[in-house]
Write a protein that binds this ligand. Structure first.
Ligand SMILES: [Zn+2]
Length: 274
């Protein structure tokens, strides 16, 4: 949901669509740093949230942050920017901050995983007084992005160690494009079993529910409307009705065009059965 006009406006926008969870950027996502939140921003945000039916709010980091950047200046800027984002979330009472792990730009996955873990250690140390959890998002594997194997996320988490501050967000379009076939019941169960084995289902704190406009294993990040892509409705029905994921925020990141938010939400509610 857009925060244009004030950060609390995102809550109004979510309410209008009867959302139970929303995702926001806590500042312009194309900029490194945001204006400091005023006391009024924070107060408006809390009061709108409290009187709404929205239970969970998830934030997403700026796209500029790259914790695997080989460039030292960019790497350090990414760390500083992420620290700022964690603090903003904490001020707003937002429990989860989703981020793409990072791109190693040709330095290799092993190198990238270590670089990200080192950065996260600094960020979590610097924000040790806060309670916002950083959620590493599964990626499609486009370019040199880390996170297209669940093993990458497991390894980063074990290198960092801070179990109370880290978790995972599964993006259905990304995980499918990266090669995990969640479109069939058998494939879905196998993927989740594997997730549970190497990461643990208790570390899954959010879903991005997107269909994929690119096929299984294509490594291309292309979001489609629910039921209109290569994944199909089945996977969403399995996730929505999975006892393990009750109460976990599930966020649409489908193209914002026409009244597709309404249509996609109606499809998901139909699949959930209430
Ligand atoms: Zn996503």
């Amino acid at each position: 949901m857009s925060i244009s006009g004030g950060i609390w406006k995102a809550i109004e926008r979510g309410e209008a669509l009867k959302c139970e969870a929303i995702q926001i950027f806590t500042k312009n996502q194309l900029q490194w740093f945001g204006k400091k939140l005023t006391a009024l921003d924070v107060e408006m945000f809390y009061s709108e949230w409290k009187k709404s039916n929205i239970k969970k709010i998830v934030a997403h980091t700026s796209y500029l942050i790259n914790l695997a950047s080989p460039d030292r200046v960019n790497y350090e800027k990414s760390i500083t920017a992420l620290i700022e984002e964690v603090k903003r979330c904490d001020e707003l009472g937002i429990p989860y901050l989703v981020m793409h792990p990072g791109s190693h730009k040709g330095k290799g996955e092993r190198w990238g995983i270590r670089r990200i873990a080192d950065a996260l250690k600094i960020v979590l140390e610097d924000t040790s007084g806060t309670s916002t959890r950083i959620l590493l998002e599964t990626t499609s594997g486009q370019g040199n992005n880390i996170g297209h194997r669940l093993d990458h996320l497991a390894e980063i988490m074990s290198l960092v160690g801070k179990e109370d501050r880290l978790g995972v967000c599964i993006d259905t379009a990304h995980i499918f494009a990266s090669g995990y076939d969640i479109s069939t019941e058998h494939g879905y169960r196998n993927t989740m079993k594997y997730f549970n084995r190497i990461i643990g289902v208790s570390f899954l704190f959010a879903f991005h529910l997107n269909d994929s406009a690119s096929p299984l294993g294509s490594k291309l990040d292309r979001h489609a409307h629910i039921g209109k892509g290569f994944i199909g409705e089945k996977a969403f029905s399995l996730i929505l009705n999975d006892e393990n994921f009750k109460g976990i925020p599930m966020i649409l990141e489908t193209p914002k065009e026409g009244n597709w938010d309404t249509i996609n939400l109606a499809t998901l509610r139909k699949l959930r059965g209430y």
